[in-house]
Design a protein around this ligand. Sequence first.
Ligand code: SF4
Length: 234
Amino acid sequence: MTTAQTVQEDLRALAEKAGRDLEEASALDILTWAADTFGDRFCVTSSMEDAVVAHLASRARPGVDVVFLDTGYHFPETIGTRDAVEAVMDVNVITLLPRQSVEEQDAEYGPKLHDRDPDLCCALRKVKPLEDGLKGYSAWATGLRRDESPTRANTPVVGWDEKRRKVKISPIARWTQEDVEAYVAEHGVLTNPLLTDGYASVGCAPCTRRTEAGEDARAGRWAGRNKTECGLHG
Ligand code: SF4
């Protein structure tokens, strides 16, 4: 086994142990463990649906890197939330861009690739840029929650991201929507205005619709298609 493989196996074992040890820990304690363990090789990713995990992480590690994927297809409200987070929170926002602009992608693949081949569009505009953007980190945190959809029901609070070979931390995996709302209210956390305009989950504009009462939070993402995840978490 090479030295790099040994390091990755050690990281995997560390992640799996932490997942067991921290299952009952608070979100802040999980992020404090991550900040203490990985230092500046730890970041938070945010879709700018809300800034809850970024807020928690900034308490654990002021100035923490918050990575945002600007696909070129976001609602203006999402970009506005990103700008507000950057302006008022003690975090370092890093915006990742796809290799091609929307116009360049349209020229190569034809317009509205998201309607014809959303998996390819997500691969080009989300998965690849994140893969590149995470290269300098050993661990990344997400806002995944088990109650969002059946595909997320087994999300560990700390796990091993086999695709990127990094530690993946989901500090609010055990939270409910009510827990999120309570944290937002208690700490005055920034949220995307679309959350109060009928959207339970906010992604790219062409692939997101408002949700109906009783639907899963993510039912409005790629609605009508056999697709529930963009490839970042699947
Ligand atoms: Fe493209 Fe839609 Fe994926 Fe955004 S969510 S990258 S627009 S397919």
